[in-house]
Design a protein around this ligand. Sequence first.
Ligand code: ADP
Ligand code: NA
Length: 345
Amino acid sequence: MSRRFDSKAQCVCTVRGSINHDEYFHVNHIVRPGETLSSYGHESRVGGKGANQAVAIARAGGKAQFYGAIGQDGLWIRDRMSAFGIDVSGIIVAEEPTGRALIQVEKSGENSIILYPGANFSELHEERFKNIGDRWFPESSHILVQNEIPLRSTYYALENAKGATVIMNPSPLPSPSEIRNFPWHLVDWLIVNEEEARELYESVAESAASNTPMSIRQLVFHLSAERAFERTNIVCTLGADGVLAFVPAFHRPQTEHEAPSFMHLPAAKLLGEVRDTTGAGDCFTGYFVKGLMDFGPHAVVGTDIKEHDVARILKTCVQAAGMCVEKRGTIDSIPTKAEVEERMF
Ligand code: ADP
Ligand code: NA
């Protein structure tokens, strides 16, 4: 059953994903095997791609509800997310400790990370999880997932999306065989960086991937031509080169040289230097989802959301992500909608 498009209706996005306690240790050099090293600084921050992206939706002005798990040690993270206006009633407190990232950072910016998935991979609460999913998925206009929770939990979200717009930032990428078996047809918008686009293509290419080096345009073109991605809109972020988007509804090209089918937007002009790119991709993704939410539930790309609308959304995203790299921190550096608009006009 297709429901009617109403741009005035409230949208709500369920973010089903990871929450972490990110611990930063500032060190003179990254610890070597056998060495005991004192750090000269320490910070605890909210992390995890799911949490970061939910915060970005909220900072962009969208209604987000978070569906995931922490341990008893992570209640402060839930409070911090709630303070951003996110509905955190879908966060289960599990027996396992909160997922954690131990991050060593050198002055040069070089870092090294140990991840402990913790409660993000909790297997003990299937019933409680199901209750949240059963309640939230049918009422969500948008569902956003990454890949920092068990893949079958992500499947469950996609299978229960029931008419919601599904956005996936499949990071970190599943294994090649998981990629080949993934139900990509349930994903409306795929958001990847250049490296992920290459790996996805190499994993799904039915004809043996040619060994000739491909430009990112050729690559995204070939990726979108694969059966698995036939109906998927692809947004590929290019770091300092901005973003490339491929939306089949606007124009299905015959070759990668047909420019109109691709939208390319340069990165935002920075006011200062690049300080910290962590979280820029998550900021981009959250702003992108909020941009779609502005069109109301059940908005159809090509009919309700036109090419210039997508271009405008992407412009806002590169501006927001650019502001995120100007500042240190992850969620702390995600700008508000008002701050982004001030820089755009
Ligand atoms: P990820 O961090 O997920 O790998 P990217 O590196 O592609 O993603 O960055 C996401 C977005 O952040 C880019 O599309 C761009 O808008 C912005 N961005 C990243 N690095 C820079 C930079 N050096 N200058 C300006 N914008 C940047
Ligand atoms: Na930042």
